[in-house]
Structure formats: structure tokens, C-alpha cells
Ligand binder design. Sequence first.
Ligand SMILES: Nc1nc2c(c(=O)[nH]1)N[C@H]1C(S)=C(S)[C@@H](COP(=O)(O)O)O[C@H]1N2
Ligand SMILES: [Mo]
Length: 230
Amino acid sequence: MNSRISRRRFVAGAAAASLLAGCDSYPVKSFLRAMKDWNANFEAAIFSPARLAPEPPESAVTPEAAFPEYFISDEAPEVPPNWFLTVGGLVDRPGRFTLAQLQAMPPIAMRVRHHCVEGWSAVASWRGLRVSDLAKVVGLKPGVRYVEFRSFDSGYWSSWDLASAMHPQTLLAWGMNGHPLTTGHGAPLRVYSAVKLGYKMCKYLAEVNFLAEKTGGYWEDQGYDWFAGV
Ligand SMILES: Nc1nc2c(c(=O)[nH]1)N[C@H]1C(S)=C(S)[C@@H](COP(=O)(O)O)O[C@H]1N2
Ligand SMILES: [Mo]
């Protein structure tokens, strides 16, 4: 069975959504934008960084053949030769990390139910390091409020509020169900989190940047909710 959901269908859905949202008059636009900001602020205010999301039981794990693979590129992007993760922004020790260096940081395993706005959800067990542990290694400067994740998959990216990125269930994952990530699921490294919707969880990671400003995102800039908490 082919579990890949056509990118075209997703793009068509997004186009329809933006048509619906396509109110041209300025006051309507600014009202909608104000409502969106209000909504994001409200969601951020009720988000509790300490509260752990419950893990689905082992029996809830989705057979891998039935776990959809989603990417905006036409083909699942291959890992570039000599891949490394670049970590920068407002940090004391910016740097590049090989996969081996990242795998040497304390690994965390968690089962998470993935929610995609396209209307599917699926469960896997993910393994990787906490974004908060990476933050300790590079040292955040005062003024960091957002974390930006950038992919080598057609320039896909997403920016997150710092609290959600520092949540103990937000990982840079290199393993899925006991094996390394496959290209379909974001090899060699991706974001995985119990506190965000699927489109915030960048696959094919290339960069992590700790920033003072939010920088939108691939779907977020096309009208999807920026905070996108689960
Ligand atoms: N680089 C990159 N990351 C991405 C995407 C993408 O197209 N490119 N799609 C997002 C969406 S919409 C979802 S639902 C999940 C899908 O993850 P999966 O393919 O492992 O199921 O990845 C997210 N991260
Ligand atoms: Mo998605």
C-alpha cells in the first residue's frame, strides 16, 4: 500500500483555504490578522511548559506502512553528503554538529500521536535529543524568544515560541520505532514534539537558529496557525 499522500492534494487544500481567506478589503484583513495574533498570544498564555502530554500505549503504534509520509519536494530528499546541523542565532557557541555528535547527547525516547491538519493522525516511537539539551550546549543569549528550524527540503522551515521548543517532549529525532529515520520520515534528523501539529515538525533538518523575532514558516505564511499547539 502506498501511504504517501499526494503533495498536490495538500497544495490544493491550502489553495482552497487561502481562497476562502482571500478577503481583499483592508479592514477585514487587519481584523483577521489581529484575531490571529490574539489567538496566538492566548494559546501561548495557556500553554504550560512543564505539563507532559500523555504517551499513547505501545499497542497504539501505527504499522509503519500505514504511517503517511509528507514532504513538499517531489521526491523524498536524499541526505546531502557530509550532512551536518548548523546551530546559530543569539547563542554563545554557534557551531556545526555531525549526526554522531548529536547522537552522543542524552537520548530520549517518546511515543507521540502525530496530528496532521489534512485529517490523519498516527503514532510512532521517536528517539533523539531534546532541543533544550542542544540549547544548553550552545548557550542561549538573553533576548532569545523564538527557535527557527530550517530544512534542506525545498527550503521548508518553521519558527516556534521558545517555551514549546524547550518543552521536554520536543526532540531533534534521529530514530523511529527502533531504527534510523528513513528518507520518507525526514532523515537524517527532524523535529518531533508532543505539543505541536505536524507541519511545525520540520523534517530534513539543516539549521536550528535561536532568535529574537519570529520568522513565520512555510505553511504558516500561507495562512496556517503559527502557534499550532496540540
Ligand atoms: N522539511 C519538511 N518538513 C515537514 C514537511 C515537509 O514537507 N518538509 N511536512 C510537514 C507536515 S505537513 C507533516 S504532517 C509532517 C509529516 O511527517 P511524516 O512524513 O513523518 O509523517 O512533516 C512536517 N514536516
Ligand atoms: Mo501535515
